[in-house]
Design a protein around this ligand. Structure first.
Ligand SMILES: Cc1cc2nc3c(=O)[nH]c(=O)nc-3n(C[C@H](O)[C@H](O)[C@H](O)COP(=O)(O)OP(=O)(O)OC[C@H]3O[C@@H](n4cnc5c(N)ncnc54)[C@H](O)[C@@H]3O)c2cc1C
Length: 487
């Protein structure tokens, strides 16, 4: 072999991991370079996805217990449960995920080296280790999967004491009574509902005109109602002026202005959690020296096969921008490998409708076109709705807030989009995804037996609801059924 490795992967997060695993399936020699001394797995295992979900799972458990059994003394969860116990819940989960990661790379004979990786040529990666020793490795291909980090906040600093970020919030020693979250994205919503489930009063200060503007409008309206019930206050178009400690009132104060009201306003809090936008970690890794194209904010520009402007160098995961999710990063890393070593045409095939899942309480998920997007595209669509309150399973579990909405073509009932807010949304979305991937229509949900009681029943109810809307008299529906059955 001309090179030391077939592929060198810089960064061991989901994109790097999946590229490594897929490359070993092609029988290739793989090296992962990881800058973290402690962990492999990037934001996925130790800092972001899994730990935040572990905290959510513990809070959800407490919320379910509370809603089922209450408390005879009327105490709030933060008076009954200890953060220490909640945090203990996550340790075995993280340990087991870390162990599985290491087991997988050992089993698949992926080599790793710890240190700062930098591209030193079209086939060269220089690694500076923790003793400042440099070594250069060569490979036929290089994958850049160095991920992203939170952008620096404006007008205040994260001190990890009173002002936290998504890593230090997971080190809290007690459940806060009050929490201000600065930032209005997915992670903000997840932490807001996780802490609200523990009885914390949460305020979200969002700099944008609205939160999560990519959601289907009805799903968003439902979500806003749910957040109101949970006493979560959302302030849009807020600019933080400063955050300071008020010794007299023994609390922190977040001072902010909004676009519509230029007066300085104050919200008292125990902690502030900063979850602003993410910036790609693409500095000081040799991209500019090689002329690899980047966007203004630093995302690496790639083609459909995740190849950069230098053909031997690929990029995947948060470094290439939206959707910046572990789920998408896994796919991108695998496809990059498939393009390097497999059949290039095959690697580009397949349905690429990306679902998203937001692990708030309750969850939010979506795939395909929203109703508004479909209408804007000039497609004649109808929607079908199922409210969680009509699902026996949701009722049994005291989780009856939510809606599932199907968007389908009025003429042939083909499913174009599914949008859900409600428990198990992130799992449920994959039923719709499968039907869409096989070009299916909403009759699937009506004609098949679905287990009962399940959350999946929402698909059946929404399909009936949609059909009723299209064919109020039932005549057209009969015609469609007869046509599809070849009568
Ligand atoms: C709180 C939180 C919750 C989240 N929840 C979800 C979720 O529920 N679902 C979901 O799909 N996504 C979620 N995400 C997003 C997800 O974590 C990221 O999209 C995903 O981890 C990105 O993967 P990646 O491989 O691009 O990079 P990362 O996971 O960021 O990994 C990059 C790795 O590269 C290493 N590195 C950086 N520079 C160098 C260098 N020069 N040399 C060597 N190594 C380097 C880093 O140390 C790191 O280990 C969440 C994120 C956060 C912060």
């Amino acid at each position: 072999m001309k090179f030391d490795y077939d592929v060198i992967i810089i960064g061991s997060g989901p994109a790097g991991f999946s590229c490594a695993m897929q490359s070993t399936k092609f029988g290739k020699k793989v090296l992962i370079v990881e800058a973290s001394k402690q962990n492999l797995g990037g934001s996925w295992i130790s800092k972001g996805t899994v730990p935040s979900k572990a905290l959510r799972a513990a809070s959800k458990l407490i919320q379910s217990f509370e809603s089922q059994f209450g408390d005879e003394k009327g105490r709030k969860p933060f008076e009954r449960f200890r953060m220490e116990d909640i945090m203990k819940y996550k340790s075995p989960i993280l340990d087991s995920k870390n162990k599985k990661y290491v087991d997988d790379i050992i089993k698949n004979e992926v080599q790793t080296v710890r240190g700062w990786g930098r591209i030193a040529g079209e086939h060269d990666v220089e690694v500076v280790d923790f003793q400042n020793k440099k070594k250069t490795y060569t490979a036929e291909f290089i994958l850049v999967s160095t991920g992203s980090s939170p952008a620096e906040p404006v007008n205040f600093k994260v001190d990890h004491k009173d002002i936290l970020d998504y890593t230090s919030v997971l080190e809290l020693t007690h459940i806060p009574r009050r929490l201000v979250i600065v930032g209005g994205g997915i992670i903000s919503l997840e932490f807001a509902t996780t802490f609200a489930a523990l009885g914390t009063r949460v305020t979200i200060l969002n700099s944008e005109p609205e939160m999560l503007n990519f959601l289907d409008l009805e799903v968003k309206d439902q979500l806003v109602e749910i957040l109101k019930k949970k006493n979560i206050q959302i302030v849009n178009e807020a600019t933080i002026e400063r955050i300071s400690y008020n010794a007299l009132r023994t609390c922190n104060e977040v001072l902010y202005k909004t676009k519509t009201d230029n007066r300085l306003q104050v919200v008292e809090t125990e902690y502030t959690l900063y979850v602003g936008s993410k910036l790609p970690d693409t500095d000081k890794i040799g991209l500019d020296e090689l002329g690899i194209e980047k966007t203004d904010v630093g995302h690496i520009v790639v083609d459909k096969s995740y190849r950069t402007s230098v053909p031997s160098i690929y990029a995947a995961g948060d470094v290439i921008g939206q959707p910046s999710l572990a789920s998408a990063s896994f796919l991108q890393g695998r496809l990059a490998s498939a393009h390097m070593f497999g059949n290039r045409d095959d690697a580009m095939q397949g349905n690429r409708d990306l679902p998203f899942g937001i692990y708030s309480i309750p969850e939010v998920a979506g795939i395909g076109l929203t109703e508004t997007q479909a209408i804007d595209l000039g497609i004649d669509v109808t929607v079908g709705r199922a409210y969680y309150e009509s699902l026996t399973r949701a009722f049994l579990n005291h989780e009856s807030d939510g809606i599932l909405k199907l968007v389908f073509r009025s003429d042939n009932l083909k499913l174009l989009g599914v949008h859900i807010v409600g428990e198990h949304a992130a799992d449920m979305i994959h039923i719709g995804q499968a039907v869409m991937a096989f070009d299916g229509d909403i009759k699937y949900f009506i004609e098949r037996v679905l287990n009962y009681p399940t959350y999946a029943e929402a698909y059946k109810i929404a399909a009936f609801n949609g059909l009723n809307r299209v064919h109020k008299s039932g005549v057209k529906y009969r015609n469609i059924l007869e046509r599809s059955e070849g009568k």
